[in-house]
Design a protein around this ligand. Structure first.
Ligand code: ADP
Ligand code: ASP
Ligand code: MG
Length: 402
């Protein structure tokens, strides 16, 4: 007997027909004699709709109350799915995050899982129940409900798989695997049979939302084998994410695009030691995650520093910089939200010169201007105008993958 964790995202449980479809997938697994834990997220756009409802009442609502609200979406899904499984005549129990033992820190809306007290889960499995768990939520030391950040139910599933030492963790979604680019945007994207944790982590972090990056990080840490597959075509094999995969000649694994980016420039900073330290120290203390950084060459005793942050942190980042006005001399702070980051990822590029040139050539041929560049051993990212994003992804993808 195996223990399988299956996670179904919002589109997979969007309406009654889809919920019944998920119930069939789950019970087919159970019928094979396996134990099954199912993790579900909120139906369709429920989480976005709840956020809109909150904004109507209080745009500055506390994060604690946001979590109380947002966790409601998953509660609806688990009970409906459990009812669909009951209807098929199988033993089932639904559990909220706290009932399933999810203990988190107190960073409301972006909480991290500290541990899972898995006694209840184990007891339900020992009774041969199918266990349906609400993804995306837990409880903190004050007995308050917390949520794990958008897309967090992938992480809930991997955490359960790690804690119960499950044989496999399957992430069911509305595409049949991980592709070389978002298959909804790039018609020439190719499905991969396998991908390494490292490459998947980069792709997820750089904007491929098919898996949440924290879930991949956790899967790597606890060696949980992940499979991404389709809930709509469950007979199709998906993509396996694991430690090593057979080497292919592919230079790059995929292209990702992130539109949740803002660019901030501090212009005319006085050019002397300690300036960059002061800026990024202030941003760090304000808990701002800075991504790409560019510093211009000094001229006439001044320089410019440009950096990117996520859109939701843009206001706070500007406020943190403006607080430095007394201790730092600069002429102005500019910001631009009409940018996107396009990245290529692949362990193959480490040993191949000319990868960056090939990417920039593809962008140049498409007349797309590069605003910033950042590289690591296995990725190259460029910042461009958001209006060029789709064209850029296709141009870069087709230059490397055919
Ligand atoms: P779920 O609701 O199941 O969690 P998500 O919307 O979070 O689903 O993730 C699935 C979506 O991820 C797909 O519909 C697809 O458009 C998008 N996506 C982005 N990049 C990729 C990629 N490289 N491979 C597959 N899907 C991708
Ligand atoms: N429902 C949550 C969200 O929309 C969690 C998830 O889908 O994974 O972000
Ligand atoms: Mg998702």
């Amino acid at each position: 007997m195996s223990l399988i964790v299956k996670k179904f995202g919002g589109s997979s449980v969007a309406n009654a027909e889809r919920v019944n479809n998920v119930a069939r997938i789950v019970t087919d697994e159970y019928k094979k004699g396996n134990n099954v834990v199912v993790v579900v997220s909120a139906q369709g756009d429920t989480t976005d709709d709840l956020i809109d409802k909150a904004k109507e009442i209080n745009p500055a609502a506390s994060k604690r109350e946001m979590d109380m609200l947002l966790s409601a979406g998953e509660q609806i899904s688990i009970s409906l799915l459990a009812m669909a499984i009951e209807k098929l005549g199988f033993p089932v129990v639904s559990l909220l995050g706290w009932q399933a033992g999810f203990q988190t820190d107190s960073n409301y809306t972006v909480a991290r899982i500290k541990k899972i007290e898995s006694e209840r889960l184990k007891a339900e499995l020992a009774r041969r129940n199918i266990v349906v768990v609400a993804g995306f939520q837990g409880i903190n030391k004050y007995d308050d409900v917390t949520t794990l950040g958008r897309g967090g139910s992938d992480t809930s599933a991997v955490a359960i798989a790690a804690s119960l030492k499950a044989d496999l963790c399957q992430i069911y979604t509305d595409v049949d695997g991980v592709y070389t680019a978002d298959p909804r945007k790039v018609s020439t994207a190719v499905k991969m049979d396998e991908i390494t944790y490292e490459e998947m982590l980069e792709l997820a972090t750089l904007g491929a939302q098919v898996l949440n990056n924290r879930s991949v990080e956790m899967a790597k840490k606890y060696n949980v084998e992940l499979e991404v597959r389709s809930s709509l075509e469950p007979q199709k094999s998906g993509t396996i994410v694991k430690e090593t995969v057979k080497m292919e000649k592919m230079l790059i694994r995929g292209v990702a695009c992130d539109k949740n980016v803002s660019r901030i420039s501090i212009v005319g900073l006085s050019d002397h030691p300690g300036t960059a330290f002061k800026v990024f120290n202030a941003l760090g203390q304000a808990k701002i995650n800075v991504d790409i950084i560019l510093q211009s060459v000094g001229r006439d005793g001044t320089k410019d520093i440009t950096f990117t942050v996520s859109k939701d942190q843009c206001k706070d980042a500007i406020a943190a910089v403006e607080k430095l006005e007394d201790s730092l001399k600069y002429s102005k702070v500019l910001h631009d939200e009409t940018v996107a980051k396009v990245s290529i990822v692949g362990t193959g590029m480490e040993t191949h010169p000319g990868v960056a040139a090939k990417m920039f050539e593809a962008l140049s041929d498409a007349s797309i201007n590069i605003q910033m560049i950042s590289t690591s051993e296995i990725k190259i990212s460029v910042l461009i105008d958001v209006n060029d994003a789709e064209r850029a992804v296709t141009a870069v993808h087709d230059a490397f993958i055919n």
